[in-house]
Design a protein around this ligand. Structure first.
Ligand code: VAH
Length: 315
């Protein structure tokens, strides 16, 4: 069985649906720290699970005979700057718990998400390479960099089959923004359709690596389906989809909503974004396990506008 930890989150909720579409609902156990309102994330294939509680984690894994865990629970960059110790504790304890389940042979395959947040202001900003200087300046980035080292250690020392991707900013419409620095690229679609204006908390020329959620989900499934021997990097793989600025995103949305207006008021997240790369080189992911992006900026904007509109009809 597959267990998704953090199944109510931005990635977890879509990963749960995608894996259930492939393996069937009864093969994928969703779990989160709190009960969920949505029908797919409740009922007999849903468990309340605090990922920082090892005994709770172990109980769920043995009860459902889990062999594969996607450990998606984390505190994201913006929120972690407000609660540094809590952010470190959640992000690291949940990782150690799932790695130790692997070391104890209670599960035999693990996915853990890293982020382009592992890079810092001294990292080359354009086409950031897989191996390079990494001096992250955020709590979230520090936790993801440390987490990558522990994944590589547990693979080398204990043979734990843990696989990881450095996600760029992910753009999706099915869950509300979760406290990330790249959330402007989600909020902007809701505001464009609601009030035809948006105030961006990042400046107009802030280029960031981004990706539409469907691409992130297909990459996650691809790296987990790949044969173990093809996963040559056991810290975490660079992954790149798009790179754009708020001004470029605004211009593409304006093609669909002519009256849409944007203004810029940087907040504390500007310093976080300024410490991250503009774009990423993901050639290793392409060569090792066949990664190929589908969504360009035009397709992402079309999908997001259609998606947000579809939510309005439902609610
Ligand atoms: C964040 N969306 O903003 C996440 C992600 C690269 C950004 O890690 O914290």
């Amino acid at each position: 069985k597959i267990l998704i930890v953090g199944a109510c989150g931005q990635i977890g909720s879509e990963l749960t649906q995608a894996l259930r579409d492939i393996h069937g609902k009864d093969a994928v156990i969703a779990s989160d720290i709190k009960p969920s309102t949505s029908s797919e994330l409740s009922g007999e294939f849903f468990e309340i699970l605090d990922a920082t509680d090892y005994e709770n984690f172990k109980t769920v894994v043995t009860k459902h005979d889990v062999d594969t865990v996607y450990m998606m629970a984390a505190m994201l960059s913006g929120t972690a700057e407000k609660f540094p110790e809590k952010g470190w504790d959640l992000n690291m304890t949940s990782l150690f718990n799932v790695l130790n389940l692997g070391k104890e042979k209670l599960v035999n395959k693990i996915f853990w998400p890293s982020s382009i947040a592992v890079f810092g202001p001294t990292t080359p900003k354009v086409d950031t390479p897989q191996q390079t200087i990494m001096e992250p300046t955020t709590v979230y980035g520090i936790s993801k960099q440390a987490g990558e080292r522990w994944c590589a250690y547990y693979y080398k020392r204990y043979g734990v089959d843990v696989r990881s991707i450095r996600y760029p900013g992910l753009i999706s419409y099915k869950t509300p923004p979760g406290g990330g620095t790249t959330d402007y690229a989600i909020e902007i679609f809701h505001e464009a359709l609601k009030s035809s204006s948006y105030t961006s908390f990042l400046s107009k020329d802030t280029a960031l690596p981004m990706m539409y959620m469907d691409d992130a989900i297909q990459a996650t499934i691809a790296i987990m389906d790949a044969p173990a021997e093809s996963i040559k990097i056991r810290s975490s793989y660079n992954l790149s989809g798009l790179s754009f600025t708020p001004e470029e995103l605004y211009a593409e949305i304006k093609n669909h909503i002519p009256g849409f207006e944007i203004s810029y008021e940087s907040d504390f997240r500007q310093a976080i974004a300024d410490s991250w790369p503009d774009s990423i080189d993901d050639s290793e992911a392409k060569s090792d396990w066949g990664w190929k992006k589908d969504y360009d900026l035009e397709m992402t904007v079309k999908a997001m506008l259609a998606g947000v509109k579809s939510l309005k009809k439902v609610n």
